[in-house]
Design a protein around this ligand. Sequence first.
Ligand code: SAM
Length: 274
Amino acid sequence: MTRRQHVPWKAAGTASENEHSADAVVRETGWVFNNVTGEELSLADFVETGNHETRAYLQAFGLDTDALASQTMVEIGSGIGRMTASFSDIFGKVVACDLDAAFLERCRETVAQFGHPERLQTSHVTDGRTLALADDSADLVFSYITLQHCHHDDAIALAKEAVRVARPGSLVILNFRTWVAQDLVLWPAGKLTRATWRLPRVGPKIAQMRLPARLGWQANRLSPTEVWQAVGPSLTDAAVYRSPKRRPFGVAGTRDDVFDGVHRSHWWLVATVR
Ligand SMILES: C[S@@+](CC[C@H](N)C(=O)[O-])C[C@H]1O[C@@H](n2cnc3c(N)ncnc32)[C@H](O)[C@@H]1O
């Protein structure tokens, strides 16, 4: 049986398999990645949003994109390749990992059209918590708006996996979601929504609808302290990036930093593997 927190992704992946053109996939399922809808959307527009974000984040976290051409990066939660195409322009090799195999097929298509397919490898995260990749095989492990969608324990497991596959001296750049005041309403509403996905007949239909999906798909909240307790001993030179609208998280052993592009409910762990 599909695990509850996997439902909206499997539903969107299945929906993407029914579309005949890449532009139609973006119109039907692109909103699960960048929350944008519209009859005129194209894969090119979709990839352009990713292109903008990859460079903005890498720059904000102090990476010189010109120096990355010989490096191998791993992207946890690539989806249909919104950011992956751009990563394949920047890095020598990109390993796109995702829970949904149909997304990975579409990711190949996206990178073939807008990036460097010869630099792409895909890797299916079959259990939602283990990367089928060797220890010390990456120069950078990156994840954006993905770990918030995993079961709490799977998100922690994937953070540990990121550290395992990153070679000593390389970077992990991981995005998480933590508590905000609106969660007083959003968190119980999300739990209720996830329960409806199990209903016979209507459940699978609800899982494909935008509003319920958006309510139910954030499957955890993780504080910087909790993640740091799990992976901190393996990391050094760590920074927690937050929105300037939030107070510092104050995690001992990490540097506090801000970036305008960080949503109030999000934070990033940027650290070097020991
Ligand atoms: C909101 S999308 C973000 C995709 C991409 N990072 C982007 O910004 O366009 C979240 C992605 O994470 C994937 N995902 C969800 N849970 C996962 C898990 N446990 N392991 C790996 N991928 C997962 C989903 O299938 C989906 O492609």
